[in-house]
Design a binder for this molecule. Structure first.
Ligand SMILES: Nc1ncnc2c1ncn2[C@@H]1O[C@H](COP(=O)(O)OP(=O)(O)OP(=O)(O)O)[C@@H](O)[C@H]1O
Ligand SMILES: [Mg+2]
Length: 282
């Protein structure tokens, strides 16, 4: 991908080298948040500064899978070759409106992991910034992760209401790039589908059965008992050890307390939570 840096980007990088910490990117969909995140990562590792990328965009994840929040630490140029994640947590939804409190909690969780392992942690976010929900979501995230820097990428003044509520972070205002391209809803759905298909294509795909008495089932962060919620064939689940999703799986059938699933895992050892949501392979 050819990135054309905008005025202000290199000044931001100079700032981040000196005042390291968490940087949260804010902007509408297609405003260039992920492109800027990538530019920050490339620029800092070129200067030998390790940087964590925390991808909290559950709809259009760049390093993680759809429906997940993820983190990767970049140290060397070769880390850029595989823009995949190191740790992820599956939420089960791709629409932030459906799962706001869990999303805020898990963004905090992944940000803490990133911050412990790199001087700079860049938090990429969803494009939900307008309306009451956008405002509530972004302010809740800011309070949860307490960024040192907030980078606002605006066309006009669409983020000013949110920015007016920020007390502690340094705000950097940037313009949406003239080369930023819009993607249709269909293109976004296709992106998610492709990522999931690629994920389930690679590695060994084993069919596993586990007994639901061995694991806790969670939906939007709340426990439920197998049978209380519908988990149709084709539903995507997260196979977790605590908050960490070790793999995604696809439901192949449920009989009594046994779940038959397909997942790129050799063993289900260590799995103590199964996260379900509204995502399917259909
Ligand atoms: N400075 C830039 N140089 C080159 N391409 C850019 C630039 N800014 C944005 N684009 C292009 O515009 C499109 C949207 O940018 P990007 O994906 O970074 O936006 P986003 O804000 O992360 O969107 P979303 O909210 O959907 O995640 C992409 O195709 C990207 O390659
Ligand atoms: Mg993005």
């Amino acid at each position: 991908m050819d990135i054309s840096p905008e005025p202000g980007w290199d000044r931001l990088i100079r700032f981040l080298r000196v005042e390291q910490g968490i940087v949260m990117l804010l902007g509408e969909t297609d405003s260039g948040k992920t492109t800027l995140a990538r530019y920050i990562v490339e620029s800092l590792i070129e200067r030998h500064l390790p940087v964590a990328l925390i991808d909290s965009d559950i709809g259009q994840s760049a390093i993680g899978l759809p429906g997940t929040i993820s983190v990767k630490i970049f140290r060397h140029h070769k880390d850029l070759e595989d823009f995949g994640c190191e740790r992820m947590t599956f939420l089960g939804f791709t629409n932030p409106a459906t799962v706001t409190p869990l999303m805020v909690d898990m963004t905090r969780y992944m940000t803490l992991i990133g911050r412990r392992r790199a001087g700079v942690g860049v938090v990429d976010t969803t494009g939900l910034v307008t309306g009451k929900l956008g405002k509530v979501l972004k302010i809740a995230k800011i309070r949860a992760i307490r960024p040192k820097h907030v980078v606002a990428i605006q066309k006009e003044n669409e983020l000013e209401e949110i920015l007016s509520l920020i007390r502690e972070a340094k705000i950097h205002r940037l313009r949406v790039s003239s080369v930023a391209k819009r993607r249709s809803a269909a293109a976004r759905r296709a992106y998610r589908k492709r990522k999931l298909q690629d994920y389930f294509k690679t590695g060994s795909q084993c069919e596993r059965i586990f007994d639901s008495k061995d694991v806790q089932f969670l939906y939007r962060g709340r426990p439920f008992f197998l049978g209380e919620k519908e988990m149709p064939d084709g539903a995507i689940i997260g196979l977790n050890h605590d908050n960490n999703t070790l793999a995604l799986g696809v439901i192949k059938g449920i009989e009594g307390r046994s779940v038959l699933l397909q997942a790129p895992l050799r063993s289900l050892r260590g799995i103590n939570r199964v996260v379900s949501g509204d995502m399917t392979m259909a």
